[in-house]
Design a protein around this ligand. Structure first.
Ligand code: NAD
Length: 352
């Protein structure tokens, strides 16, 4: 099989997972890299043997050798670069969130349709092995109709600073950064029901708490704590047309004892947790049972999930198969996320 020639745009933190996974995929070849910070791009090119290094993504896209790109830049350039890449005839894997606004998302979707190229959104949790196992249980109706889900990703101290905390470049704070994963994985496992309404609250109460000492946390490649225009907490209740509902809360910082993450789904026949660990809850012979699958990783395995996401993308590009995280789902997620911000601003429920 012909190898897929890859360009990686944006060579900061998350790009390492893309580079590492392409490097391990025998059908992919990393040929080009691009970053506004060209030294950062050069370092990656050296490590991964990429032939071309650019500081302007348009030059990378003009290279006819490149078949597909990973977009790992700040959120404000996701739509612009995706559209330009599709128009240049490249297939696209774009990091989550798809972009910052519904308008941008619709533009990207339109371009996918016009060009007929593939765009995969980086909803990496969909590709995790524990998700695939739970999906098998759900598709075999072990949970019955899922009517409620609850997800939480709470950092007590974890505003990454830099572009993450600059609303202009990120589109928002923990909701668009962490909430996108939490909402998407619930929505995906619930069978992607049509959203009916959202009611949300966001709070800017604690700032980024860069004053806190003696506790380390994840920081953007270009960490800078001087600007913080994003919320530090968001919560939302999402209603779906099939009657199901989803409750979510996420934070960059909160006065809480410890970090916490959970994702729980509740159905008529059974329930499940996928974070912090896969568990299935059921009832047999009038007895409630908790099932723990005996698998290598009950929790979300970051490295393996990325490998599986990249393998899926490469395979779709080479075979023409459809991705399991298409642009339409990226659009739907932007409607939900932007709906929550709008609901919070207006202090009322938003109906779609
Ligand atoms: N899937 C996940 O779990 C996950 C985790 C972390 C980050 N992300 C996403 O990955 C993206 C990057 O996040 P990060 O943590 O790597 O940030 P980062 O700040 O570490 O890296 C971003 C890089 O993009 C470069 N860049 C920005 N705009 C550019 C442009 N127009 N052209 C070329 N280069 C540009 C920056 O110079 C920087 O080196 C974000 O969209 C983020 O939401 C996803």
């Amino acid at each position: 099989m012909k190898k897929l020639k890859i360009g990686v745009i944006g060579t900061g933190s998350i790009s390492e997972l893309h580079f590492g996974s392409y490097a391990k995929n025998e059908n992919a070849d990393i040929v080009a890299v691009c970053d506004l910070n060209v030294e950062r791009a050069q370092k990656k090119a050296q490590v991964y043997g990429a032939q071309y290094v650019y500081s302007d993504y348009r030059e990378l896209l003009a290279n006819p050798e490149i078949d597909a790109v990973s977009i790992c830049t700040w959120n404000n350039s996701h739509a612009e670069i995706s559209i330009a890449a599709l128009k240049a005839g490249k297939n696209v894997l774009v990091e989550k969130p798809l972009c910052r606004t519904v308008e941008e998302a619709l533009e990207v979707e339109k371009t996918v349709k016009e060009t007929g190229k593939l765009l995969q959104v980086g909803f990496v949790r969909r590709y995790a092995s524990n998700t695939a196992i739970l999906q098998q249980f759900i598709q075999n109706n072990e949970l019955g109709e899922i009517y409620y889900a609850k997800a939480s990703c709470i950092r007590r101290l974890g505003n990454p600073g830099g572009w993450f905390s600059d609303k202009e470049r990120s589109g928002g704070g923990p909701l668009i950064d962490l909430g996108v994963h939490m909402i998407d994985i619930c929505w995906y496992l619930m069978g992607r029901p049509k959203v009916k309404s959202v009611s949300g609250n966001t709070y800017n109460k604690l700032g980024n708490r860069s004053n806190v000492k003696n506790l380390s946390y994840y920081k953007a490649s270009d960490f800078d704590a001087s600007k913080n225009t994003v919320e530090d907490l968001a919560n939302a209740l999402i209603r779906f047309e099939n009657g199901a509902s989803l409750f979510v809360d996420v934070s960059f910082t909160l006065h809480t004892k410890k970090d916490e993450i959970f994702v729980k789904l509740f159905g008529e026949k059974g329930g499940a947790e996928i974070e912090p660990e896969l568990q299935i809850v059921s009832e047999k012979y009038d007895t409630i049972i908790n099932l723990t699958p005996q698998i290598d990783s009950l929790s979300f395995d970051f490295v393996n999930a990325f490998q599986s996401e990249i393998n899926y993308f490469v395979d779709c590009c080479l075979t023409g198969n459809e991705t399991i995280s298409p642009v339409e789902d990226g659009v739907e997620m932007m409607k939900i996320l932007c709906g929550i911000y709008e609901s919070s601003e207006r202090g009322t429920e938003i109906h779609f």
